[in-house]
Design a protein around this ligand. Structure first.
Ligand code: ADE
Length: 261
């Protein structure tokens, strides 16, 4: 998968993309990341990328020309007068604006985006980007949560990380993602490692029993209990079996909860 990241602050990405899973995925050729400084595409001697908003109101707005120029240069195209969207249908990559106004990035959204071979990520800054960029260039707007960051760069890092993990071959164990929190619409069960007794706190017996069927059942129940306690909103969309539903009903019925969420 290839990411072209359009940003005013390419230096922010050093480190994050060099280490651990993303670093290895790049070395192995699973992921290619190209950082594009929007300033390089700004016309004029001073390469101005922002300006004050029409109508006043304070703050600065990212100008459209550098961003349109950048996309045209990167893709070697001319944006048609009716906008970039028509090119999307011809196989050109989605252009995603990272903004707190976008749809919320969830695991399901990541899975939907993971089918693309290439994505252009546009990192918004200041008060935002000129609306014509949103209307005629951007094909999708994503937010990573209901809070305001100083810009889209950190959100772009999050998106690259989430998508890289979904590329087959990037994670050693394919089951690792299958069991991740959110993958099946539930939070993940608790994990323990050695020692079995740490400062008097012991690991649940079931984990030491070697009884695989019971362990699988315990993990599922822990997942369900944890999701019910911490993120009950997820249960509405989770894939639940009849057994799951019965277990959840027993949890909801019992006032004394035996499972530690
Ligand atoms: N830019 C500023 N805040 C953001 C958010 N929550 N998600 C994505 N991009 C952003």
């Amino acid at each position: 998968m290839r990411f072209d990241i359009l940003t005013l602050f390419p230096e922010m990405f050093a480190g994050v993309f060099d280490a651990t899973i993303i670093g290895r995925a790049r070395e192995m050729g699973h992921v290619e990341i190209v950082l594009r400084n929007i300033r390089d595409y700004a016309p004029g001697k001073h390469h101005v990328t922002d300006d004050t908003p029409y109508g006043g109101g304070g703050g600065m707005i990212m100008k459209p020309e550098p961003i349109f120029n950048a996309v045209e240069a990167i893709l070697g195209i001319e944006i048609p007068p009716d906008g970039y969207r028509s090119l999307l249908q011809q196989g050109y990559p989605p252009i995603i604006l990272l903004t707190p106004q976008g749809r919320l990035l969830k695991q399901a959204v990541a899975r939907e985006l993971a089918v693309h071979e290439r994505l252009l990520l546009l990192c918004g800054r200041y008060e935002g980007v000129d609306e014509r960029v949103c209307q005629f260039l951007v094909t999708d707007e994503l937010s990573i949560g209901d809070y305001v960051l100083s810009g889209g760069e950190i959100a772009a890092m999050v998106l690259v990380d989430v998508l890289t993990r979904l590329i087959p071959g990037v994670l050693g164990d394919p089951e690792a993602t299958a069991n991740d929190s959110h993958s099946a619409g539930l939070l993940e069960y608790p994990h323990y490692t050695r020692p079995a007794n740490y400062r008097g706190q012991t690991v649940p017996d079931i984990l030491l029993s070697g009884h695989h069927a019971k362990l699988t059942e315990w993990r599922r129940q822990q997942s369900l209990a944890r999701t019910l306690a911490r993120r009950p909103d997820l249960l509405a969309e989770a894939e639940l079996s009849e057994v799951d539903r019965k277990y959840l009903a027993t949890l909801q019925d019992s006032s004394e909860d035996e499972v530690t969420p």
